[in-house]
Ligand binder design. Structure first.
Ligand code: DHB
Length: 500
């Protein structure tokens, strides 16, 4: 008896050793298996919905990490019975593609259950602390008649998850959906990506870089389906994007604000509770802020952007100009929308009104209300301590710089990331380029009370997209901090409109 037990243990450890030593040799099928599902019965507000759940599908032939390179696909059962939901059917239902990326960390695919409460929960519906079994955005999306596909992605804490791993993974998952379009309900020509913060950045990158060839060697190596990775539409909440210009943008906006409430770097992920530490910028930090602020006008001016009213957007060296005026206009519009929706903004005496009509806003007072959250440089930390530094590491080097300024002023002898990889993490250089398929439809939201990145970052992204012919729904919702999925009814109305 005793011998048998030992033999069994040896046999087990041998077999795991074999698997562990050759994980990349195993090849996964890219064929969607319509028969391999579990039925989930959803019930939201007394309305039931029967869903087929296909979970943990490895979406590439040669995964590096099967914890994260997996996708959950949820399909209304009605679509297997020739029925319609919300006017959609198996042939034309949009595919909603939400990611759970936060803080550039590894992310598992979304499920039908909302995220556990840590403090900053994204959906209005999930606000009651302590309840972990509330429906997720994915569950709500199914009631709209969308097919939901959510892919996990590698992230910065693994040696194999550094940039551009996360975006390569999400592209590979899109390719899986296109490859299986004929075998699966839903229309893979109508993939709509959704994400918040670093996940919003991923969503924007997906939309900006469809079929860009820079990513091909990485996709090939993973054994991604040999098809397209372009997507139809992008929903991005507070995208922490354009990282190589985000430091200068932050200081352009907040240069005069020296008090800060910093958040522990390891807790930057929008999903977890944020512990703030108050402080005041040192003389050295103010010098860094001044340096970075001075770099921003040149960056904006060389983009040659024009406003929706066709006015050229630029900044003078002191940081004023039509680009700044445009940001103010978006803030005025945000305040007006809030008032029109019945919010009382009378406590903000720096909002000038004529009756209920917002006529102007004192931008400097707005900044005092907003406050500073990050110390300069906000992203490429001189001591390479930020999450973004880790994102730009390599298999051998955990953390690196990704701006010339950070590299030149490094206090940690940090190395500089490969410029080709820095480019692959930024949607800006791809938008409107030949042989790249940028999404037609974009919905970008960045809360007017969000100081995780400068307002300039989403404004530059939205404007570049408008200028190159995309259809952009952009707003800075009043009072919203760094968060997402807070207006699902509006998001779904937008998806319904563009999908028909
Ligand atoms: C996130 C927030 C940040 O402030 C940042 O720098 C990176 C990521 C996030 O919430 O995903």
């Amino acid at each position: 008896m005793k011998y048998q037990t030992i033999a069994l243990i040896i046999a087990c450890s041998l077999s795991t050793a074999v698997i562990a030593s050759a994980p990349r040799e195993k090849s996964y099928s890219l064929q969607f298996d319509a028969k391999n599902y579990k039925i989930e019965e959803l019930d939201i507000n007394g309305q039931s919905l029967k869903v087929r759940a296909y979970t943990n599908i490895v979406y590439v032939k040669h995964p590096v990490d099967t914890k994260y390179e997996v996708m959950n696909i949820y399909i209304p059962d009605a679509y297997f019975n020739h029925q319609q939901i919300n006017g959609f059917d198996a042939t034309n239902a949009p595919i909603f593609f939400p990611n759970e990326v936060g803080g550039y960390m590894p992310a598992e695919p979304a499920t039908l259950v909302g995220r556990k409460m840590g403090g900053r929960n994204p959906t209005e519906q999930n606000k009651v602390a302590g309840i972990s079994s509330t429906p997720s955005t994915a569950a709500y999306a199914l009631y709209q008649g969308y097919v939901v596909a959510s892919a996990g992605a590698r992230g910065r804490t693994a040696t194999t998850g550094k940039a551009p791993a996360a975006i390569v993974d999400l592209k590979a998952a899109v390719r899986y959906l296109k490859y299986n379009d004929k075998n699966m309900p839903g229309d893979a020509n109508k993939i709509i990506s959704n994400g918040t913060s670093a996940g919003g950045a991923m969503s924007a990158l997906l939309g900006a870089t469809g079929d860009a060839k820079d990513y091909m060697p990485y996709l090939k190596k993973l054994g991604a389906a040999n098809t397209s990775d372009r997507i139809f539409a992008v929903s991005a909440y507070c995208p922490i994007t354009n990282l190589d210009h985000a430091d200068m943008a932050y200081e352009w906006q907040l240069n005069g604000i020296h008090d800060y409430k910093k958040i522990n770097i390891s807790m930057l992920d929008y999903k977890v509770e944020r512990k703030e530490t108050a402080g005041v910028l040192s003389q050295e930090q103010i010098r860094v802020s001044n340096d970075l602020k001075a770099q921003f006008p040149n960056y904006v001016n060389q983009l040659s952007l024009v406003s929706p009213q066709k006015q050229p957007l630029h900044l003078t060296q002191d940081g004023s100009g039509t680009f700044k005026d445009l940001i103010k206009q978006y803030l005025i519009k945000s305040a007006q929308t809030a008032i029109d929706q019945g919010q009382d903004l009378s406590q903000y005496t720096w909002i000038k009104k004529d009756g209920q009509h917002v006529t102007d806003l004192n931008y400097d007072d707005y900044l005092v209300y907003l406050q500073r959250m990050k110390t300069p440089p906000a992203f490429d930390a001189l001591d390479i301590s930020s999450g973004e530094n880790q994102e730009f590491g390599t298999e051998k080097i955990d953390k690196q710089h990704f701006t010339t300024y950070g590299f030149q002023h490094s206090t940690a002898q940090g190395t500089l990331a490969d410029p080709k990889i820095i480019k692959m993490m930024n949607p800006m250089p791809y938008i409107g380029q030949k042989n790249v398929h940028t999404s037609e439809y974009w919905r970008i939201r960045h809360g007017a009370y969000d100081k995780d990145t400068s307002l300039a970052i989403p404004v530059i992204l939205a404007t570049k997209l408008q200028n190159t012919g995309s259809n952009v729904d952009f707003a800075l919702p009043w009072g919203k901090p760094h968060s997402g999925d807070y207006d699902l009814a509006e998001l779904f109305a937008w998806i319904n409109k563009i999908s028909r």
